[in-house]
Design a protein around this ligand. Structure first.
Ligand SMILES: Cc1cc2nc3c(=O)[nH]c(=O)nc-3n(C[C@H](O)[C@H](O)[C@H](O)COP(=O)(O)OP(=O)(O)OC[C@H]3O[C@@H](n4cnc5c(N)ncnc54)[C@H](O)[C@@H]3O)c2cc1C
Length: 244
């Protein structure tokens, strides 16, 4: 499935911070509605004029798994008309979800390792896939390189760390790029994801497929790094968060 038109009015049930300036929004799940982990949905804020700057629709990857009771999206709270309105929307208000789809979904062949590379809010489709993989006990080996400037700006870091206990096939490799920000308690990697870091953690990877997601500049930079490191471009899948 590439894209699918839908039209549901769903209630905003919860909203809570998941990192510095980053909020998760939980929406009612319409009966029977489902999606594949890694896909996105268009959200329209009916209270926002369609001629607001950037319009009243934004696409968000699902951060929740299909098995979860509520739909979740998460976003960096910038000072845009859409995000101000979303951030202030009273709970139990309705938003519209109008389109869903995408092919940034986990491959079927569990003999091949999945290597995820995401920065910041690019974590959303990864969380969806990882929660699904843990709940369904998928056999895929998954190694997730998760880059953020500081630990505090890393959405869902605690949860994604804890998921390793539920899913022995999954390894999280968190890295922070503001090297001085982790303090003595930071035990993860430091610096940007590079060839040496990849090699250190992917020795057991079998014919890996790479999944890169985040703002378009991060995606193209990471894709180039992978290609320079000798990865086959046929095995690199990307999702650019247009609009950042
Ligand atoms: C497949 C996909 C998945 C995404 N998933 C997430 C997610 O999980 N979390 C998240 O925070 N963001 C996600 N985004 C980006 C999101 O749609 C917003 O564009 C982004 O959050 C910026 O919104 P804003 O209101 O701050 O931007 P604004 O400052 O209002 O917009 C910046 C400019 O970008 C334009 N623009 C807005 N949205 C898009 C778009 N989708 N494509 C191209 N131009 C656009 C506007 O017209 C405006 O000119 C995703 C985008 C795509 C395409």
């Amino acid at each position: 499935m590439s894209t699918q038109n839908i039209d549901y009015h769903v209630k905003l049930k919860n909203r809570f911070p998941v990192a510095d300036r980053t909020m998760a929004f939980e929406l009612e799940k319409p009966p029977g509605f489902t999606f594949k982990p890694g896909q996105w949905v268009d959200i329209t804020l009916p209270g926002l004029a369609s001629d607001a700057p950037g319009g009243n629709v934004r696409g968000f990857s699902f951060a929740s798994a299909p098995e979860d009771d509520l739909l979740m999206v998460a976003t960096r709270m910038r000072d845009s008309a859409f995000k101000r309105a979303f951030g202030e929307l009273p709970l139990e208000s309705e938003v519209r979800i109008t389109m869903t789809g995408g092919s940034f979904t986990l491959h079927n062949n569990a003999d091949r390792t999945a290597i995820f590379l995401a920065g910041g809010i690019g974590v959303t489709p990864m969380r969806s896939i990882l929660r699904h993989a843990a709940q369904k006990k998928l056999p895929h080996r998954i190694i997730f390189f998760f880059s953020n400037s500081t630990p505090e700006s890393a959405p869902f870091l605690e949860e994604l760390t804890a998921l390793q206990k539920e899913n022995p096939n999954y390894t999280l490799v968190p890295t922070i790029t503001r090297v001085d920000s982790g303090g003595a308690s930071w035990t993860g990697e430091t610096g940007r994801i590079n060839k040496a870091m990849l090699e250190k953690y992917t020795k057991d990877a079998k014919s890996p497929i790479y999944y890169v997601v985040g703002p378009p500049a991060m995606v193209s930079g990471t894709q180039k790094m992978l290609e320079d490191a000798g990865c086959d471009s046929d095995d690199i899948r990307t999702e650019g968060f247009g609009g950042y």
